[in-house]
Design a protein around this ligand. Structure first.
Ligand SMILES: O=C(CO)[C@H](O)[C@H](O)COP(=O)(O)O
Ligand SMILES: [Co+2]
Length: 242
């Protein structure tokens, strides 16, 4: 069991490096895809050029929506070698961190609003051998992250209130990305919510590395065209804020 866990840790850390080196990158969220055809949806996203998957785990308690847990993550893990970026919108991230890592998560992100001791949560997730991220909702003061920024690999700046796909982009996220980028030049920054061809460029100009996109891809009839248009908008923006 120990050697299996050690092997899993090495694999997960390698995937974390590939996430870190992928930026700037588009991470499709499967939140609004056809769950009756999930693996084919993942194949379509992969063929469209996606290299990392973003998985939105919601518990119906921290957010008023319920999605999926370890069995789906584990099924996706067996189906694809893409790194799995798991966004935990749950009230008790530590209760599910180890099962999520065993299911195949490569990067586990908890919400700052959900925990009382973010350093302890970050350290315990890191001890599982995966990358650790902290997410912040638009209404939460950015200063609440200060205590744990030295303990995480990534900050996920929410550009919508966590809970649902298809919401409108909140530009407060751009100010936050700018501020975090200027204070922490090497910190991995991800943005999530309402990212489309209009918002991805400004987010990159603000200094963001990873761009989660749900409905702007999934609502398209042609995932390849959607990813290509997003990628063009992302790459033509000036990422020099970094
Ligand atoms: O974390 C999320 C919602 O809480 C989703 O990742 C996000 O909303 C993606 O969907 P969209 O691009 O449609 O906003
Ligand atoms: Co998300």
């Amino acid at each position: 069991m120990v050697s299996i866990l050690v092997g899993m840790d090495l694999m997960n850390r390698a995937k974390l490096d590939s996430i870190r080196n992928a930026g700037p990158a588009i991470l499709p969220s499967v939140l609004n895809c056809d769950f009756g055809d999930l693996m084919a949806e993942v194949d379509r996203l992969r063929q469209a050029g996606a290299e990392i998957l973003h998985l939105d785990v919601m518990d119906g308690h921290f957010v008023p929506n319920l999605t999926f847990g370890m069995p789906i993550v584990e099924g996706l893990r067996r189906h694809t070698d893409m790194p799995l970026d798991v966004h935990l919108m749950i009230s008790d991230p530590l209760a599910y961190a180890k099962p999520m890592v065993e299911a195949g998560a490569d990067l586990l992100t908890f919400h700052i609003e959900a925990v009382s001791d973010p350093v302890d949560v970050a350290n315990k997730i890191r001890d599982l051998g995966v990358g650790v991220g902290v997410a912040i909702n638009p209404a939460t003061p950015l200063s609440s992250l200060d205590v744990c920024l030295g303990s995480v690999d990534m900050v996920l700046v929410m550009s919508v209130q966590a809970g649902f796909g298809g919401q409108s982009f909140n530009p407060v996220a751009l100010e936050r990305i700018r501020e975090l980028r200027s204070r922490y030049p090497d910190l991995l920054l991800e943005i999530d919510g309402g990212i489309n061809t209009e918002t991805i460029g400004p987010a990159r100009e603000a200094g963001c590395d990873l761009f989660v996109v749900g409905s702007a891809i999934i609502s398209s009839d042609d995932y390849t065209a959607a990813v290509s248009e997003l990628s063009d908008a992302m790459m033509s923006a000036n990422g020099g804020a970094r």
